[in-house]
Design a protein around this ligand. Structure first.
Ligand SMILES: Nc1ncnc2c1ncn2[C@@H]1O[C@H](COP(=O)(O)OP(=O)(O)OP(=O)(O)O)[C@@H](O)[C@H]1O
Ligand SMILES: [Mg+2]
Length: 229
């Protein structure tokens, strides 16, 4: 396979059904999508159409009812919990709308933790955490607990944490969705800059069409399938 055709993420015919009582709800119906290395794609679709569901499948947090998730050309969605956890840890960064930082650890420690879990030495993890947080304009907040950070600072720390292990793939579910417009704009500038610097492929769900326009292309969900916006 030529380098140009490699994908960072490939979704093949994903279907996701939820059972609620007697009824079965089909949210995704054969969704397929390719994300190429270094590409940043926006996912813009109305509430309830399945953006979070899709990101959870792509991030190996949930299993599809049918179909396959490929990370770096490897089919991984059907593998064991242990393998999927390892793939998630080493190759995927995930950012949620609400930061989910660990409140009892400093910003720097929060960015160090996933590296320590992956076996990086404390010294190297600290260097990487300080570098990343510095690039998000947080050099003066390294030792602050999350509760002492502003909303924008918390989200920038969460993005730095998602990038800590140099993933090939960043998945973000409305990463600035709980911030005011000015803060959201600023955090997004930094997210896009650092993601491009790191060369990470990213799929980012957002309701904000102006933010989406700053990415390489936009896809939407229609009838449970991913289509160009
Ligand atoms: N675990 C579940 N069990 C049953 N239904 C679910 C489950 N998870 C999601 N759904 C349903 O699937 C649909 C899609 O939900 P999802 O959260 O993926 O939408 P979304 O596009 O992310 O919406 P929003 O923009 O509001 O975040 C919704 O109708 C939701 O109720
Ligand atoms: Mg959602």
């Amino acid at each position: 396979m030529s380098e140009a055709r490699m994908t960072a993420l490939r979704l093949e015919n994903l279907t996701r059904r939820f059972k609620s009582g007697e009824e079965t709800l089909e949210i995704l119906s054969g969704a397929s999508f390719s994300l190429y290395p270094g590409e940043i794609v926006a996912l813009v679709a109305p509430s309830g159409t399945g953006k979070s569901t899709l990101l959870h499948l792509a991030g190996l947090l949930e299993a599809p009812t049918e179909g396959t998730v490929y990370i770096g050309e490897k089919p991984v969605s059907g593998l064991s919990d242990t393998v999927r956890t390892a793939v998630r840890r080493d190759q995927i960064g995930f950012v949620y709308q609400f930061h989910h930082l660990l409140g009892e650890f400093t910003a720097c420690e929060n960015v160090m933790l996933p590296q320590l879990v992956a076996g990086v030495s404390a010294k190297a993890a600290k260097v990487r955490a300080e570098d990343l947080l510095g690039r998000f304009g947080l050099s003066h907040r390294l030792n602050s607990l999350p509760g002492r950070l502003s909303g924008g600072e918390q989200q920038r720390t969460a993005i730095a944490r998602a990038l800590a292990n140099r993933p090939k793939l960043l998945l973000a579910d409305e990463p600035t969705g709980n911030l005011d417009i000015a803060t959201s704009d600023h955090v997004f500038d930094e997210l896009l800059r650092v993601v491009r610097e790191e060369g990470v492929a990213a799929l980012i769900a957002t309701h904000n069409k102006e933010l989406a326009a700053r990415m390489d292309r936009t896809v939407t969900l229609r009838d449970g399938k991913l289509v160009p916006f």
